[in-house]
Write a protein that binds this ligand. Structure first.
Ligand code: ADP
Length: 477
């Protein structure tokens, strides 16, 4: 079965968050099951320059204000199958992130940039992009690719085509002025309330919610949460309306990238049976961040975008008491300027106990997750969350809020089965309570090690998720 995955990011070339990790790891896992999976990506600079054996297969001329627009096929190192790349220099060849300029403002032509991504997906589905390979299913990821579902629906050549849409985060909806609808080249009826219209604006996300044959999200709990007003970001009614077609399939871990026995970014390696290397990673991390070299101090870590969603404000409130108890923190993140400033201020007040790195640094993320004892994920909502999955593999016990994929992956129960510490209310005292419990558990080394082994024995491989997805694809054919 031929499936085209459409996305704006792919690890290791372009990554702003978990989406890239999923897009990097899922197609190979599906290919292992015998599916014929290819990726369609926008020609962002890092993607174009990594494309090997590049061949132009179609010239679409001028589209969405860009000229030329070419479809290329080639290879990128992490993918077993060929990938399609849209080479549209006017829209994609620029610095900054895929979505924003260096100053943090959205690219003013994001509507055209991501409409083109969806439109080219539909061309491939219609057999007009690559006559040698026509997918049976188009699988679009997040709002950036969602318009593929609308273009496929609008195209009479795609009558037998099926679409799947995965919500990686419902809070990012791809909203644009309604007046720009004309730029999309879709029939006027697509702009109704039952279409792209969303409270007087145009939402790309809705294209996936309205027209995809199946909607998935990245954990079973988040699939239930987004059907409620508290987590639905104004779209819960729509999700409830599509309830029969919505399912949650948990993300996995790419063992090529996150494996404590082989991780090239670490100063030492370890496994559940041989944990000594983890101690060396901790020592090296303490040294790197200027933390006191105390082996017995519980070292928390957090690797995250710094935003309201991630509960960083709760953490700021909870930390002083934790530091007073002797705990340490290694934090890597970037995002909201106010949160960054508040963290910098706190780290100046707790030298030797708080090591802060503002920025985005993949290798540092590995060293922090490996070297720490516990990982903090105090998110207000978390569709799946990947860092807690990585942490579990690295014997770094997660302290998480009971929401989304965090609730589905961390066990906090009787002594024998626990892998971490869960709290319920999105408040600083609740977070502090869970961190306190971690401190108490850490004071009992045998118990802590038993939890570590339990955590490292969890199986969050992509195979299980890929199998569920393959069944979903089969149900569409
Ligand atoms: P989200 O997609 O909401 O940002 P996830 O937990 O699903 O959150 O995925 C985040 C991914 O981005 C993980 O792979 C994490 O390691 C990585 N990450 C987040 N912030 C940083 C950072 N500052 N430096 C390096 N990696 C980061």
């Amino acid at each position: 079965m031929r499936i085209l995955h459409v996305a704006a990011e792919v690890h290791p070339l372009v990554k702003t968050g978990g989406l890239a990790d999923v897009v990097g790891a899922l197609p190979p896992a599906l290919a292992d099951l015998g599916l014929d999976v290819r990726l369609l990506l926008p020609g962002l600079p890092a993607i174009v320059s990594a494309l090997q054996q590049r061949r132009e297969i179609c010239n679409f001329g001028a589209q969405f204000g860009a000229s030329p627009v070419r479809l290329c096929i080639g290879r990128i190192a992490s993918q077993p199958a060929p990938v399609y790349v849209i080479d549209a220099p006017d829209l994609y060849r620029r610095g900054g992130s895929p979505y924003q300029a260096a100053d943090g403002s959205d690219w003013p032509d994001n509507l055209q940039r991501f409409a083109l991504l969806g439109w080219v997906a539909a061309q491939l589905a219609a057999g007009a992009g690559d006559p040698a390979w026509q997918p049976a299913i188009v699988h679009a990821h997040d709002w950036h690719a969602a318009l593929a579902c609308a273009y496929v629906r609008a195209d009479p050549r795609c009558r037998s085509m099926r679409t799947v849409f995965t919500i990686h985060n419902l809070a990012f909806q791809g909203l644009f002025p309604a007046a720009d609808f004309g730029l999309l080249g879709l029939p006027q009826e697509f702009m109704q309330t039952e279409g792209l219209e969303f409270y007087g604006r145009l939402s790309f996300m809705k294209a996936g919610l309205v027209w995809a044959d199946r909607i998935t999200t990245v954990s079973p709990t988040y699939a239930r949460e987004i059907a409620t007003p508290d987590y639905g970001c104004g779209m819960d009614g729509m999700i409830r309306h599509r309830a029969a077609d919505v399912s949650g399939i948990l993300n996995g871990v790419d063992p090529q990238v996150w494996n404590p026995l082989t991780d090239a970014d670490l100063p030492a390696h370890f496994s559940a049976q041989q944990l000594a290397g983890k101690g060396s990673c901790k020592q090296a991390l303490q040294q790197e961040l200027g933390l006191k070299p105390v082996a017995g101090a519980l070292l928390f870590t957090l690797v995250s975008r710094l935003s309201h969603q991630k509960g960083i404000d709760l953490l700021l409130e909870a930390l002083p008491a934790m530091f007073a108890s002797g705990a340490q923190l290694a934090l890597l993140g970037s995002g909201d300027a106010q949160l960054q400033a508040a963290l910098q201020d706190l780290s100046r007040r707790w030298p030797g106990q708080m090591g802060l790195r503002i920025g985005y640094d993949e290798a540092m993320a590995h060293r922090m997750i490996a070297g720490a004892d516990a990982l903090l994920v105090p998110s207000r909502f978390e569709p799946c969350g990947l860092t807690q999955l990585y942490a579990l593999r690295y014997g770094t016990l997660p302290v998480v809020r009971r929401t989304g994929g965090l609730a589905d992956t961390v066990l906090d129960g009787d002594e024998a089965g626990s892998t971490g510490f869960i709290f319920d209310a999105a408040t600083a005292p609740a977070l502090q309570g869970a961190m306190q419990r971690a401190l108490l558990a850490y004071a009992r080394p045998a118990h802590w090690q038993a939890m570590q082994r339990q955590a490292m024995a969890q199986d969050f491989s992509w195979q299980a998720s890929a199998r569920q997805l393959a069944l979903l694809y089969q149900s569409l054919s």
